[in-house]
Design a protein. Sequence first.
Length: 331
Amino acid sequence: METIRWGILGCGRIARKFASDLTLVEGAILSAVAARRTDDARAFAKEFPAQHVHGSYEELVSNPDVDVIYIATPHALHHEHTLLCLNHQKAVLCEKAFALNLRQAKEMVAVSRNRKVFLMEALWSKFLPQYQKLQELIADSELGEIQSILVNFGFIPQPPVPARLYDPALGGGSLLDIGIYNVFLVLSILGRPDTIEASMTASPEGVDIQCASLFKYKNGALAQLFSSLSSNLGTDADISGTKSRVRLTARFYAPSATIELYAGREDSREIIPVFKEGGSGYQYEARHVGECLRKGLIESPVMSHNDSLLIMETMDRIRSAAGIHYSADRF
Ligand SMILES: NC(=O)c1ccc[n+]([C@@H]2O[C@H](COP(=O)([O-])OP(=O)(O)OC[C@H]3O[C@@H](n4cnc5c(N)ncnc54)[C@H](OP(=O)(O)O)[C@@H]3O)[C@@H](O)[C@H]2O)c1
């Protein structure tokens, strides 16, 4: 497969950023775009030219000129849309949150494995250069044994506020939308927590407008994770070990040109530069998907199926402790 021919399913906000960054990926083209209304797909294709414009998702998955589909619909639809693509033998890059719960995520992974079709969650942060640098520092024992992680992600949504953020039917709330980045970061460093405590504040619609969690580990490590759609919390992370501390400065989940290393207390700061390309940062994951497809993989070695399942299982545990429920949990 020389050129990877991409399709985009759902022509919303993040789809526009992704399409823009796809132009930075060598050996990739945007072949087709699909929206529920043809006019929306046409408007999208005016901004981001694509050979095929579809007025339904079913048309997109039936298009032979598409190798892989980027799913950019709200979380509650990821399960349905991923199965639609996989069942038409289309590889999938599915936006976070991967699904609403572990049950849905397991089914998505099972279909990918049974049909031998590539599936990856679009956890773009994992492919960013500062995250690779952090992993290097940890692997080289620069931090010692990690003892504590503090991670925050919060903002007050500004108009036009996406309705999906507060809609329980679309998987609204802070945890699945932004708290997932906190969960991803902690799991990728400390692994599965032994116990989880969590609490949330409900919005009038019933979604978690804030969520705070505490992960505890048998070796004594603790992680505190805070997400909020009702305050402009920081978007930074402190990863502290017995030797030193790394600080991922705002915004820890997006491309950054530096990370901070503290061998001692505040006055010991060393700035570590990180190579950063142009674009918004979605090109790294898109490039990786291309590499996986060219190798004939059905799963990414970087963001594996088990990585997504662990994130979903952990978010189920947080939701259970905090009392966050979706109607999909009943099935
Ligand atoms: N990786 C990141 O940095 C990042 C950032 C933001 C969001 N996201 C994720 O991307 C996903 C989409 O977020 P977004 O902000 O792009 O949302 P959005 O602007 O509201 O777009 C969602 C798109 O989903 C489609 N859709 C299909 N059925 C729908 C329904 N019943 N209700 C609403 N939309 C429906 C619509 O596409 P058509 O009508 O065009 O078909 C709509 O344009 C979410 O899962 C979110 O977590 C990721």
